[in-house]
Design a protein around this ligand. Sequence first.
Ligand code: PLP
Length: 223
Amino acid sequence: MNSIRENVKKLLSEIPAGVSVVAAAKTRTDDEINQSIDAGIKIIGENYIQEAERVFELVGKKVEWHFIGHLQKNKVKKAVRIFDMIETVDSFELAYEIDKRSRTEGKIMSVLVEINSGREPQKAGVFPEQAENLIREISKFENIRVRGLMTMGPRFGNPEKARPFFKQTKEIFDRIQGLDISNVEMKFLSMGMTNSYRVAIEEGANIVRIGTLIFGERDYDKA
Ligand SMILES: *Cc1c(COP(=O)(O)O)cnc(C)c1O
């Protein structure tokens, strides 16, 4: 098996300029995460607040922190302290809470709006046609800045099958960018994971979230 160092070096060498890699660190040990950072990872993605607190304690502010999981309202206060960006905002209520807690912290939180591009009932995110409305509502909050979109897309063995979902999310991204909504800066498009990041980049992703390719298979998949 390749080492984490080799995996990161290889990945970073093939990622085009202008695309950022978020290392999806769920279930990984302190040692594994440290190795990835030593090899050049600049952004850590966490799905769970408890894990994030542990790793933040270890690593601190030498990397950027993205929240990529499902955020419960009662965890927002902690999330706002740790994270530089919350990639998974999908409701007004969650945004309201983030705004409130960010104000208390004296912070303006960068967020991405999560799109449920596959329209999967069990998945988080807003349906494509709801994105604009939610973004317009969130844009009124003073302590939140919408900076783009995120999507998971359905999981397929063949990443080509994910392409239409990435394409559609990029179309929403471009359209909302064209609306020029004040306090909204459509800059980041987070799409693609280990098996689909190449396709996602071809379709316009400038953030990819990678776990398995960096750290190896997870013992059990919590995703
Ligand atoms: C785990 C996870 C990833 C990375 O998945 P891999 O297939 O291991 O690369 C990306 N995004 C989210 C939201 C995740 O939870």
